[in-house]
Design a binder for this molecule. Structure first.
Ligand code: ZN
Length: 184
């Protein structure tokens, strides 16, 4: 991502920040994330990956931007040629997007739930046993989401458990559901 910004002639400082080219920025408010994790401007909210950055910077399509980047960095592009290849490429892209959305939401639910469980264990309140029973499993799931998000996404049982966690958080402070633990 930093190479991409620099390719566009933008200087990135040692904190990974640069002046945002997408709004009238006076001090660096655009963050460049390491390991290809993209960029985000804390001021105007512009964000995305290397391709989005170049597309927006040069006001061209993502496709044009990808071609330009590939040429600039000597990456060989194999363009989908047949209808079937194009369809497959679109499906792969859609799937990647679906997984990204799923992972982002799952992490939020699990992190909130983990916080509630930790608090219950600490406070020894009515959710204490649920805390003891579920905390390890929730932490395991969070780890899986980091390591193998695709496998988690594929596993229907796990997906439904994460759905149950969402419901559990919603019902956490309802006394009627006080013992509705999410089974591990
Ligand atoms: Zn900005």
């Amino acid at each position: 991502m930093q190479q991409t910004a620099e390719y566009c002639g933008i200087k990135v400082n040692e904190k990974g920040l640069c002046v945002c080219p997408f709004h009238q920025d006076r001090r660096p408010s655009l963050k460049i994330y390491p390991n290809g994790k993209g960029f985000y401007c804390f001021s105007c909210g512009a964000g995305g990956d290397q391709v989005n950055f170049v597309a927006r910077y040069h006001d061209v399509s993502n496709y044009e931007a990808a071609k330009e980047l590939a040429a600039a960095f000597g990456i060989l592009l194999k363009e989908p040629v047949t209808y079937r290849e194009k369809r497959e490429a679109i499906n792969r892209q859609r799937r990647r997007r679906e997984i990204a959305v799923f992972v982002r939401e799952a992490k939020i639910y699990l992190t909130v739930y983990r916080g509630l469980l930790c608090e219950a264990i600490r406070a020894r309140d009515e959710h204490f046993w649920e805390g003891l029973g579920s905390l390890t499993y929730v932490e395991y799931l969070l780890e899986c989401l980091e390591i193998c998000p695709e496998d988690v996404y594929e596993d229907k049982k796990v997906v439904s458990k994460i759905g149950a966690v969402k419901g559990r958080i919603a019902g956490w402070y309802c006394p009627a559901e006080a013992d509705g633990a999410v089974p591990g």
